[in-house]
Write a protein that binds this ligand. Structure first.
Ligand code: RIB
Length: 309
């Protein structure tokens, strides 16, 4: 058995139904696509698989349905090396995501949460030994907010750092944010949280955005800005801009999940937050060169190869 404290991921597990099309359709528009793929996904499961493929021990806490998707998704997690003892079952459907990927690699996603919406605070209480064993906990917002709130309380009480990917964006109470070690929004989520939903991201000052996130109660902020790179702020005074690695983007789905999984691994391996964010940016860059959520997650060798270029 490994003596390293595992990473624990609390979050969603979905089956992704992916149509590839020349562009993201407009409201009322029908497009003829060029491809269709089915992949294992879900922000939580993607982050867990990212951790496992980087060779670090990881436990998943979540819920699957009793449909055939549930069995497939559990088997896939286990084959990848994710410990699923904390993955519970609920009668009915598993989570499903309907995704359109454009020819330039952008995506739009609708999630039908299914069993993910049945992950309760009590489920966390019954998995307390797993959470207590964690070196870091990773979470997202595709499960009920009350469950994420309970998780943040447990993490604060047990002194386990919580990295929260605030996606999909939704209002979060300050009582939750103060328990989050690192909040990791992408550009549109950051705009939502600072109340600038119509702001042009290219003109926004990242230091100002981070500062406004600190105003909301955050303790550490990482802005994930795709091709514009990453901005990491441990406090209002110290910000670090990390350029993006230049790659050809095929599919950006789950690049943010690759980042969060890799960020957690790098912190657990003793890297500084800045080094960890650079490592995570490299992992995200590898992931966008391949199609699908979990099939795009990189190995340690791939990340190290990109970092050494
Ligand atoms: O972050 C990408 C993920 O969002 C997809 O895998 C999809 O399942 C949705 O959860």
């Amino acid at each position: 058995m490994s003596s390293r404290k595992p990473i624990v991921v609390v979050g969603s597990i979905n089956l992704d139904l992916v149509a590839v099309a020349p562009k993201i359709p407009a409201v009322g528009e029908t497009l003829i696509g060029t491809d269709f793929q089915i992949h294992p996904g879900g922000k939580g499961a993607n982050q867990a698989v990212a951790v496992a493929l980087l060779g670090y021990p990881v436990h998943m806490i979540g819920r699957l349905g009793t449909d055939s998707f549930g069995a497939q998704l559990r088997a896939h997690l286990e084959q990848t090396g994710v410990d699923t003892a904390g993955v519970l079952s609920s009668d009915g459907a598993s989570g499903v995501a309907v995704i359109v990927v454009s020819s330039t690699g952008e995506n739009s996603i609708v999630v039908a949460p299914g069993a993910n919406s049945k992950l309760t605070p009590q489920d966390l209480d019954s998995n307390l030994p797993i959470i207590r064993s964690a070196g870091i906990v990773l979470a997202q917002l595709e499960i009920p907010l009350e469950t994420v709130e309970r998780l943040s309380e447990i993490c604060a009480r047990e002194k386990v750092p919580l990295v929260l990917d605030p996606a999909p964006a939704r209002s979060l109470p300050a009582t939750l944010l103060k328990n989050v070690a690192w909040l990791t929004p992408n550009e549109s989520e950051a705009s939502f949280y600072v109340g600038d939903e119509h702001d042009n991201s290219a003109s926004r000052d990242v230091g100002d955005t981070a500062s406004r996130l600190f105003d909301l109660g955050c303790r550490g902020v990482i802005l994930k800005m795709g091709a514009q790179g990453v901005y990491l702020a441990e406090n209002r005074m110290n910000g670090l801009a990390i350029p993006a690695f230049k790659v050809v983007s095929v599919d950006s789905t789950a690049a943010g999940d690759a980042f969060n999984g890799a960020f957690g691994v790098a912190l657990m391996l003793g890297k500084s937050p800045g080094e960890s964010a650079r490592f995570a940016a490299a992992a995200a860059a590898v992931s966008v060169t391949r199609a699908g959520a979990q099939p795009s997650m990189p190995t340690m060798a791939e990340v190290e190869s990109l970092l050494s270029r």
